[in-house]
Design a protein. Structure first.
Ligand code: NAD
Length: 254
């Protein structure tokens, strides 16, 4: 069950947090990993962990928002059985406190970055006769969160792109699903708390933990386990679906 032996898997933002956990698990299940990372150093560190565990990983240093660089990276990779569109950045603000530059930056990485990778990967998957795609959305795509205007915009777009791609490529054998985590404890969360709530780190960490009815944040490995299932042949009947991984955030926050 859940073997990825011989499959080529591209994980964007695979150098940290959720992407790192997905890359490590997919490699353990036999996939050949391609880490598309802004930080070559972070990518190399994860590739070294994979190699140490007996797996295979390649690092492609690229900014997902730059289409020419993304297309070149996918051409170099050549075969793509699995794409995990995971690279993303955070932003805190209402519509009034979100500047044009903030909005543009979140759009470029979270929305255009995912589009660029889909644009580059889908033709390769089509030519091969199929593939599996996971887009990392968020609960922000489904509920109104305080102070997450630009971020919610970006994750709503991820959710809609998932449906569109799933619909357009049914006949091509390409499955496309999304995962919508609530708070997962990663460097993304630590960095976001440090940047936006300096001096109140412990208070905000406790508050973010308690906002999941289950009483804690998720773990990157828990997201990786769901991603593995969705990318495996055992999930061959699943496409166009979003999976909340949220400790009850969406349905049980009463
Ligand atoms: N951590 C959470 O609570 C949480 C919750 C819901 C959704 N998500 C989503 O999960 C994804 C991963 O989050 P994380 O917490 O693991 O983040 P993280 O900050 O720990 O890791 C993100 C990785 O993406 C890379 N990256 C950033 N911009 C890039 C770019 N332009 N091109 C290529 N690589 C780039 C970074 O170098 C980093 O290695 C994001 O899309 C995020 O929105 C996270």
């Amino acid at each position: 069950m859940f073997s990825l032996t011989g499959k080529h898997a591209v994980v964007t933002g695979g150098g940290s947090g959720i992407g790192r956990a997905i890359a490590l698990l997919f490699a353990r299940q036999g996939a050949i990993l391609h880490l598309l990372e802004l930080s070559a150093e972070a990518g190399q560190a994860v590739a070294a962990e994979i190699a140490q565990a007996g797996g295979l990983a390649h690092v492609h240093a690229a900014d997902v928002s730059q289409q020419a660089a993304v297309v070149a990276a996918f051409q170099a990779i050549g075969r793509v059985d699995i794409l995990v569109n995971n690279a993303g950045i955070a932003h805190v603000g209402t519509v009034e406190t979100t500047s044009e530059a903030d909005f543009e930056r979140v759009y470029q990485v979270n929305v255009k970055g995912a589009y660029n990778c889909l644009f580059a990967a889908v033709p390769l998957m089509k030519a091969q006769g199929g593939g599996a795609i996971i887009n990392m959305a968020s609960i922000a795509a489904h509920v109104g969160l305080t102070d997450r205007f630009a971020y919610s915009m970006s994750k709503g777009a991820i959710f809609a792109m998932t449906l569109s791609v799933a619909r357009d490529y049914l006949a091509a054998g390409i499955r496309c699903n999304s995962i919508s985590p609530a708070r997962v404890h990663t460097p993304f969360v630590d960095g976001f708390i440090a940047k936006n709530y300096a001096g109140r780190e412990d208070e905000i960490f406790a508050k973010l933990s308690a906002s999941q009815p289950i009483g804690r944040m998720g773990q990157p490995d828990e997201v990786a386990a769901l991603a593995l299932f969705l990318c495996s042949d055992q999930a061959g009947f699943i496409t166009g679906c979003d999976y909340p991984l949220d400790g009850g955030f969406i349905k049980l926050n009463t």
